[in-house]
Design a protein around this ligand. Structure first.
Ligand code: IYR
Length: 223
């Protein structure tokens, strides 16, 4: 580490093995109830909830701590409508032309289609951008970021977990291509849309596909 790096003591409280097991299992029990939801209630959600969850996402580790993410939290009905219209245009292209037969077959159990009413119904859309380059405020020079996709992916996972813990449902929506988000949300070309997170309460009586997760035995190898 550079000798000029100023260091500080780590704030940390060590837990016993038993406490770790209890907390780890309880976290699993809470997070396993997260489901991707496609039927949203129009009930409002306070901005303070969204703000704290985005703050949580902003604590994620990132390449060289450059924090290569930008979040646009959209609550405005007009902006949501524009996003819906642009996303549905891309989705129609996807479902009618771009998607391979294999891709459509894989998606069939989810029952998705080009109609995205939740983009207007849900109170919040969070557009997440990966920042590939930025202007150094100190020197004015253009600098690149490192591992922006990995970093923003980690931050997004933390955001989804934070929103779930707060009591909100999410949908990770990836209209492709998502370039329209730069235009509608006025973000520079140095930022690449990563995904659009739909956030709100589930609709009354919302249903989700009967699908499950792989077992621990399927996803881990111990060596
Ligand atoms: N972006 C499309 C298609 C889609 C693709 C995958 I991979 C999904 O897991 C779900 C949907 C859409 O949002 O409908």
């Amino acid at each position: 580490m550079d000798s000029k790096t100023s260091m500080e003591p780590l704030a940390w409280e060590r837990r016993s093995d038993a406490a770790m097991v209890t907390v780890a299992q309880a976290t699993y029990e809470r997070l396993r109830t997260r489901r991707t939801v496609r039927e949203f209630s129009a009930d409002p959600v306070p901005r303070a909830v969204i703000e704290a969850c985005i703050q949580t996402a902003g604590t994620a580790p990132s390449g060289a701590n450059l924090q290569p993410w930008h979040f646009v939290a959209v609550n405005d009905v007009t902006v949501k409508r524009r996003i819906r219209e642009a996303a549905e245009a891309e989705e129609r292209e996807f479902y009618e032309r771009r998607a391979s037969a294999e891709w459509k077959r894989t998606l069939a159990p989810l029952g998705t289609n080009a109609e995205k009413p939740f983009l207007e119904t849900a109170p919040w859309l969070i557009a997440i951008f990966a920042v590939n380059a930025f202007e150094d405020p100190a020197t004015g020079e253009r600098r690149q970021t490192y591992y922006p996709k990995e970093s923003v992916g980690i931050a997004t996972g933390m955001l989804i977990a934070a929103l779930h813990e707060a009591g909100l449902a999410t949908l990770t929506h990836t209209p492709s291509p998502m370039g329209f988000l730069n235009e509608i949300l006025q973000r520079p070309a140095t930022e690449k849309p990563f995904l659009l997170l739909v956030v709100g309460h589930p609709a009354e009586g919302a249903r989700v596909p009967s699908i499950g997760k792989k077992t621990i035995g399927q996803i881990v190898t111990w060596r």
